[in-house]
Design a protein around this ligand. Structure first.
Ligand SMILES: Cc1cc2nc3c(=O)[nH]c(=O)nc-3n(C[C@H](O)[C@H](O)[C@H](O)COP(=O)(O)O)c2cc1C
Length: 380
């Protein structure tokens, strides 16, 4: 439960002489000034003509909140219970790989900032640091593990067992990346993080992965990662297999079709993340926020429905929550914070994001997430 004091959240930020990037485009600009063209382009860009990337954030403008007043919003409770665990607020860190291309401290900096502001951290398979390294750096905070299926499925099973042993709370299987999307900016810049040796944290530390290599050279690691990450055969049977190797809840990330949401429930999955990977996979797909309402309807509260793609500020998160998302994952905004200011940069992004979200919920007239979900949202 947090108490909103008169103007405190905004005025906390005003008073020193320090100036810093505050909105998404300022953060992106600050990161651009720090990064080389290759890493900057890799993070910024999306697939194809970036139609879906643009639609993701623009589509939020179609949804308008119709607020209620005179509801005494002096006490706000943003707690959310997901799969038996209660989190203080409904904001998560989306899984983003190869963070070292943005900053030397990479995922460690992000996971520490996340722990400080109580954002559950979803660690990517292609992290620069391993599951065990992140766990050690952020003991006691909530962490989930995102899995990219491996062509050699024993590697997948090994990684989820490591995540379980390290105290991670859930497995997120990304289903929209059976191969990389068509990303022209990376071809233009001739930049592939994997080919340059980034994102090996979980592979180079995995006994099953390392044992399967022809030799232990750097090139062998890179070649085998690239080979394993391409997994076009992924299908519903693999998920049943996955289930045998972990007792952790399993969520599917990348669901856009209501029928796939329905299938996920039928197959016994524990949750889904409505996402189009920030427009980085198939260009031309539906904006994530447009996919959300129908999926929420068909799921009908049976499993949690998390959400990402295009969330740029607290009021976007509030719209997604009002449309029925159980929680919202933040992606690019925190990476720009990382690139521009390391851990402190991420902390500032997460703190401001949380504060804007809290102010927005209160100003909508809701006192908790249940009331927020009952709020009227009109679509233009
Ligand atoms: C640079 C970058 C790397 C990403 N790496 C992963 C990843 O390793 N695994 C994954 O499931 N999603 C990954 N994503 C997708 C994010 O989890 C999330 O779906 C996306 O960032 C949401 O879009 P937005 O950042 O535009 O809001 C990545 C996104 C970016 C921008």
């Amino acid at each position: 439960m947090s108490t909103i004091k008169n103007n405190d959240l905004l005025l906390d930020n005003i008073g020193s002489n320090e100036k810093y990037p505050i909105n998404f485009s300022e953060l992106e600009q600050a990161a651009k000034e720090k990064l080389e063209a290759g890493p900057f382009g890799y993070i910024r860009s999306s697939a194809g003509g970036e139609e879906t990337y643009r639609k993701n954030s623009n589509s939020f403008e179609k949804y308008s909140i119709v607020p209620r007043f005179l509801t005494d919003v002096s006490a706000l409770n943003t707690e959310v219970t997901i799969l038996g665990r209660t989190y203080p607020h409904p904001l998560f860190i989306a899984p983003v790989g190869v963070n070292k291309i943005a900053h030397e401290d990479g995922e460690i900096a992000v996971a520490k900032a996340a722990a400080k502001f109580n954002y559950p951290y979803i660690q990517s398979t292609v992290s620069s640091y391993s599951i065990e390294e992140i766990a050690e750096a952020t003991e006691g905070s909530s962490k989930w593990f995102q899995l990219y299926w491996s062509q050699n499925k024993e590697i997948s099973f090994s990684m989820i067992q490591r995540a379980e042993a390290a105290g991670y709370e859930a497995i997120v299987l990304t289903v929209d990346t059976v191969m990389l999307g068509w990303r022209e900016e990376d071809v233009r810049n001739q930049f592939s993080p994997l080919k340059r040796g980034f994102g090996q944290g979980n592979y180079a530390s995995d006994p099953v992965f390392m044992a399967a290599l022809p030799d232990q050279s750097k090139d062998a690691i890179i070649d085998s990662m690239i080979e394993n990450i391409y997994h076009p055969t992924l299908n519903w049977n693999n998920i049943e297999e996955l289930r045998e190797y972990t007792s952790l809840p399993i969520l599917l990330k990348g669901i856009l079709h209501p029928e796939d949401a329905k299938l996920a429930i039928e197959k016994g999955l524990d949750g889904i993340i409505v996402s189009n990977h920030g427009g980085r996979q198939l260009d031309g797909v539906i904006a994530s926020i447009d996919a959300l309402p129908e999926i929420v309807e068909i799921v009908n509260g049976k499993i949690p429905v998390l959400f990402d793609s295009g969330v740029r500020r607290g009021s976007d998160a509030v719209k997604a929550l009002a449309l029925g998302a159980t929680a919202v994952c933040i992606g690019r905004p925190f990476i720009w914070g990382l690139a521009s200011g390391g851990q402190a940069g991420v902390e500032r992004v997460l703190e401001n994001f949380l504060q804007e979200t809290n102010v927005s919920i209160s100003l909508s007239g809701a006192r908790n997430l249940e009331e927020l979900r009952k709020l009227k949202i009109v679509r233009s």
